[in-house]
Design a protein around this ligand. Structure first.
Ligand SMILES: C[S@@+](CC[C@H](N)C(=O)[O-])C[C@H]1O[C@@H](n2cnc3c(N)ncnc32)[C@H](O)[C@@H]1O
Length: 353
């Protein structure tokens, strides 16, 4: 029943996005992925999302020694050897779906050992980057049926490690604080929203297309409780929205609903692994809107260079220039995925927190 309700919500959201201005609708790359993700959800169920669609959002099934993420993990492990990534316990990883294969599969014993090592190393990196004490407090939620992997008695995951690294980087802006208003464009199943909402009492707004929007709505209700989630609906105006939003809560919107919010309403806007997957005009539009809607900081984590064949566009890091008063205050290569950059932009007028 729950599954049918999610599928119905996806269809309702799809009708609304189809009626939105074209600039907000999925481009060619995502049009195809939307169909594939809905197919995975129909066949495997929302309750298995961390073995299916999450592999199309951010989770990487890193098992090849030639994979740059694995090579970075190995180089770092050689520099700081630790038994922790070798000692982790992992259950068999079955029921997995990816775009490359038509049916569900299980990791072989060798692949599973490598995956376990990679996730263990990602967790060690999260511990090093963690400025908010999250690695001591958070565990991977069981909702969505993750590949179960323990570090001592704590359930950990690659997505949780990445989200903690991202949250700690964004916190350099001073905007990960009680009472802050944060917007994320393209949130996948809501892994980062979960970590932000556990980190501080803030208001977190997700702007996404279905099925991800319905998936994150379901997931965040599971992990935060329905009382902390303001479900997607067609709002009339910002007064109505503001009356519904509370610190400690998360709210779900289609991307065109970003226009409901006055300029500068959010303290922090952010988007991860999204813009290169869009048509050039759409990526440019969203970058400008994310800058306009934020008063204090904008966090970007994207491919340093990526060719999107479906939309016939290649986006490179130097194309992410924001106009004054925005200034790039922090930039680094992502500490877990070296093909990605992390950028933190702040306007000259932002109060130093
Ligand atoms: C590769 S996934 C990354 C998800 C998430 N940021 C993460 O790192 O787990 C790309 C996200 O962009 C979203 N997206 C694609 N086209 C979009 C559009 N036109 N407007 C808003 N979000 C879009 C997808 O639904 C998905 O949530």
């Amino acid at each position: 029943m729950e599954h049918d309700a999610v599928i119905a919500t996806i269809e309702e959201m799809r009708r609304d996005v189809a009626a939105a201005p074209e600039i907000y609708r999925p481009g060619a790359f995502w049009e195809q992925l939307v169909e594939d993700n809905i197919d995975m959800l129909r066949r495997e169920g929302i309750e298995n999302l961390k073995r299916t669609v999450s592999n199309n959002y951010y989770n990487w099934l890193t098992v090849s020694l030639r994979d740059p993420q694995m090579q970075l993990a190995i180089r770092r492990w050689v520099r700081h050897p630790s038994l922790a990534p070798l000692r982790g316990r992992m259950e068999p990883a079955s029921g997995l779906r990816t775009m490359g294969r038509p049916d569900a599969f299980e990791l072989t014993a060798k692949a599973a050992r490598r995956y376990r090592f990679f996730v263990g190393c990602a967790w060690e990196e999260a511990r090093r980057q963690d400025t908010l004490g999250l690695t001591e407090r958070l565990t991977e939620p069981q909702a969505g049926n993750p590949i179960r992997l323990w570090r001592s008695s704590r359930l950990i995951s690659q997505d949780l490690a990445n989200s903690i690294v991202e949250c700690s980087f964004a916190a350099r802006s001073g905007c990960v604080r009680d009472g802050a208003r944060v917007a994320e464009l393209g949130a996948g199943y809501g892994r980062l929203a979960h970590v932000f909402c556990e980190a501080r009492e803030l208001t977190y707004c997700i702007f996404d297309i279905p099925p991800a929007l319905a998936v994150s709505q379901w997931y965040l209700e599971q992990v935060l409780g329905a009382g902390r989630v303001v479900r997607y609906r067609r709002w009339e105006d910002i007064e109505q929205v503001q009356a519904a939003l509370r610190p400690g809560g998360v709210a779900l919107f289609t991307p065109d609903q970003l226009e409901l919010f006055p300029d500068g309403w959010f303290h922090l806007t952010q988007t991860i692994s999204t813009l290169p997957e869009m048509p050039a005009r759409q990526a440019e539009h969203f970058l400008a809107v994310l800058a306009a809607k934020s008063s204090q900081a904008l966090f970007l984590k994207q491919w340093q260079r990526w060719r999107n064949e479906a939309d016939d566009v290649e986006l490179t890091e130097d194309q992410y220039a924001l106009p004054a008063p925005w200034r790039l205050t922090d930039r680094r290569v992502d500490p877990i995925q070296p093909a990605f950059f992390n950028q933190l932009w702040r306007p000259d007028s932002a109060a130093v927190a």
